[in-house]
Ligand binder design. Structure first.
Ligand code: NOJ
Length: 521
């Protein structure tokens, strides 16, 4: 077994984890001060969301320099200290690697946009206007056209995400070389792998033909606001696909992943994890990415025995031979698991069962920082406090498309945006939840529920707390070979509320029974 099959991963969102220098922003000094906390939690690997210099139009997913540390997070020396501290404690470190696009402030793009004859011009996707308009009718998934006009050089560049995130041209071998050198830069420093951001979006349909869905994003938004049932939701997903299918999962991406895998395999024992829905990124099972998130599990409206079983029975047989599953229930882009699956009455009990499910299923579990103490979404609705550009986008969209009043649109922005799940980690019942010194204003407001026991210090003192439960059950998982490595076998249950399955290996068989209701069974 490989370490990345048995370790529990823990995603750290660096801006919100712990402020070590008192500027209201999380940083490496803060993370270093919490290494023992991570160790005690029982995790085996950290996935660090982007820590690179960035103008933060997309909270770090707009990278301005791949080979450095954002000044507000510290220095490369701080990074090295963090990495070493993790390794000393047996914790691996996986970085976020954003391949599809850079920031428009990256030196590569600044050069590229400086003139049509610049040697880096072709590092990005530039096209001439067509009849005085954008080259085609494609949209950016973050709103508006996917094309941005550059006044100086009189051409358009392509961006799947915000206009400040221009897409790299991966057809250009110099781009590949430069990026693989970035990958080597971090592997040489000792990192254990990468979570690959938005891998599906790297290539576009080669003929750049218009999309002909007849739908536009305003209509998509109107439809998404009417979603009430899972069927409505799948309908909106299908509409999304109709608009954007030319812009992701296009030919070329698997050859590219194989190339990257070879680069990573120059080093011993490293891992690649794909942010994608498509199982095709496992390749043959051993030549592309080792792990692909099981997002369909995370997107289930509720975790019930029926739909967890459905997810497993559908997904596991689809994996190529040798491929290993990877399960998660939340991340920095989605509602916190407490809110997503909670019923408002038994939220914590549901969270406990859900963790048992996550750790019981076959595959590598990935936790999102804060879930271990039951942090929940914080829906602050003053647009002045929004830091996620998507929250602002939804605020504007709701006013324009739905005709909503600003107050109502602000609530939509809070709900649809991602600030809600990125608020500072709640360390104690001290002002600002111990995230930063009290007089300092944190970069995002702290969820006030820190004073009601949703904080690390209080829960450490209570052996019945959610945090204590996390520690115990993580420990139980790590000490049972069958739970770590065993095959999954569905076991029929007489009670619809109870999920039963076994995990078996050689001489050990563990039967997991999870009552996913408030009824005694
Ligand atoms: C996926 C990341 O998780 C998300 O936060 C980001 O906005 C997009 N990719 C673009 O990089």
């Amino acid at each position: 077994m490989k370490w990345w099959q048995t370790a529990v991963f823990y995603q750290i969102y660096p801006r919100s984890f712990c402020d070590g220098n008192g500027d209201g922003i999380g940083d490496f000094k803060g993370m270093i001060s919490k290494l023992d906390y991570l160790k005690e939690l029982g995790i085996g690997a950290v996935w660090l969301s982007p820590h690179y210099p960035s103008p933060n139009v997309d909270c770090g997913y707009d990278v301005a320099d791949y080979c450095d540390v954002a000044p507000e997070y510290g220095t490369l020396a701080d990074f090295d200290q963090f990495l070493e501290g993790c390794h000393q404690r047996g914790i691996r470190v996986v970085l976020d690697m954003v391949l599809n696009h850079t920031s428009d402030q990256h030196a590569w793009f600044i050069e590229s946009r400086s003139s049509c004859s610049n040697p880096k011009r072709d590092w990005y996707v530039w096209k001439k206007a067509k009849n005085g308009q954008a080259p085609n009718n494609w949209d950016s998934t973050f709103g508006g056209s996917a094309w941005e006009w550059d006044e100086k050089t009189q051409e358009y560049y392509y961006h799947y995400f915000f206009k400040e995130q221009p897409d790299l041209n991966w057809h250009n071998p110099e781009v590949r070389r430069a990026m693989w050198n970035v990958v080597r830069f971090w592997l040489d420093r000792g990192v254990d792998g990468f979570r690959l951001d938005a891998v599906g979006t790297i290539f576009e349909r080669e003929d750049w033909a218009d999309q002909d869905s007849g739908l536009d994003q305003d209509e998509l938004y109107r439809r998404s606001r009417k979603v009430r049932t899972p069927e409505d939701f799948f309908g909106v997903m299908a509409d999304f696909d109709a608009i954007f299918h030319n812009q992701y999962d296009q030919p070329g991406v698997h050859e590219l992943m194989k190339e990257l895998r070879q680069v990573v395999d120059e080093y011993a024992d490293r891992v690649l994890i794909g942010e994608t829905d498509s199982l095709s990124f496992y390749g043959s099972g051993d030549d592309e990415l080792q792990l692909v998130f099981n997002f369909p599990l995370m997107r289930l409206e509720h975790l019930t025995p029926e739909n967890v079983r459905g997810n497993q029975n559908e997904r596991l047989p689809e994996l190529p031979p040798g491929a290993w599953p990877c399960n998660t229930l939340g991340n920095h882009d989605s509602p916190r698991m407490l809110n997503r699956y909670g019923d408002g009455i038994h939220d914590e009990a549901i969270a406990r069962v859900n963790l048992a499910v996550l750790l019981g299923l076959k595959g590598t579990p990935v936790l999102y920082n804060g879930e271990e103490i039951g942090m929940s979404d914080y829906l602050f609705s003053d647009p002045m406090q929004f830091r996620d550009s998507l929250a602002l986008r939804y605020f504007e969209l709701d006013k324009r498309v739905m005709g909503s009043a600003p107050e109502q649109a602000a609530q939509v922005g809070a709900h649809e945006g991602r600030d809600k799940c990125r608020t500072p980690h709640q360390w104690s019942n001290a002002p600002q939840a111990g995230f930063c010194p009290p007089p300092v204003t944190p970069w995002l407001p702290v969820n006030p529920n820190f004073s009601a026991g949703i904080n690390v210090a209080d829960q450490e003192k209570d052996k019945h707390s959610l945090l204590s439960y996390y520690r115990r059950i993580m420990n139980a998982r790590q000490s049972n070979k069958a739970l770590l490595q065993g095959d999954y076998q569905d076991i029929p249950s007489q009670d619809v509320n109870v999920l039963i399955y076994s995990r078996s290996i050689e001489d050990q068989r563990v039967i997991c029974m999870q009552n996913m209701s408030d009824k005694v069974c």
